[in-house]
Every structure is written in C-alpha cells, then in structure tokens.
Design a protein around this ligand. Sequence first.
Ligand code: CMP
Length: 145
Amino acid sequence: SRSRTFAMIKPEALIHSGAIISRIYEENFVICQIKKVQLTRADAANFYDEHKGKPFFGELLDYLTSGPVIALELMGEDCVKKWRACLGPTNSLKAKQDAPNSIRAIYGTDGTKNACHGSDSPSSSARELEFFFGPHSPKPKAEFK
Ligand code: CMP
C-alpha cells in the first residue's frame, strides 16, 4: 500500500542530484518534501545514533558533514522497500558487482561514500522523517545571504 520513506542524497553525490531526482520520478515515487541542509557533527551523530561505537562511525560523521545533503520525503507503493531496492547494497563496490543499475552502483564510491540513504523499516522512516522535517529539524541551507 501507499507509504512514505526518508531518502537522503549524501555530500559526494550532490553533483548528481539532478540525475538522482530524475531517477526518483522515473521510479514513480512522489517527492512530498525536499530540503538542502548542512548537518553539524552533532546532527549527524544523532541521526546515525544506532551506529555509535562502530569502527566506521568517525569516518561516517566526517563524510556526512563534508558538505550539504539533500533530504527527501518520498511517497509511493511499498515505499521503504522499493527505495532500498533502487539503492542496491550498502557498499557501492558490492553494488557495482551485484546490482549495476542501482543508484549506489552508479553514483557511489565505496562502503562509506555510497551516494544515498534510505530508511530500513517503516519505524525508522518515521523517526528519520521527524528528524529531518519535524519541528526541531536542522534548518535549510541558505545559499545566498
Ligand atoms: P547508510 O545506509 O546511510 O547507513 C549507515 C552508513 O554508514 C552507510 O550508509 C554508509 O555510509 C556507512 N557505513 C555502513 N557500513 C559501513 C562500513 N562497514 N564501513 C564504512 N562505512 C559504513
């Protein structure tokens, strides 16, 4: 049935955001909300709280704060699962092997720099949408002041 998920275009893939957003429409998702945000280290640590303590956590925070990200609320049929399928395996090197047409295969680099995020379950999509679009969410990045 129709549901929502959270998607994020990560810093190194921002240059490909036009192609990635075209792909999102080609896959028949609806973009309900979209915003560009520069995450602080604290924002990134809170968002990826479940990975705190893992060996790659520091590298993940460096990566996620290296430039702005684009946060999206997607809607569609069986959205959480379908967006994860479009992304392919977490590690872009594995994606290039096993799912060459996936977003991570095309736009990602390695195990950390994997182009895009997608919520892994309906409960994490609710949490992540609240994190990025709820009342206490990080403010949109102003390009021109
Ligand atoms: P994502 O699906 O957004 O969720 C956690 C992120 O941590 C993941 O994408 C990668 O960017 C990164 N990550 C996950 N596993 C590893 C790993 N083994 N080594 C380095 N980075 C990882």
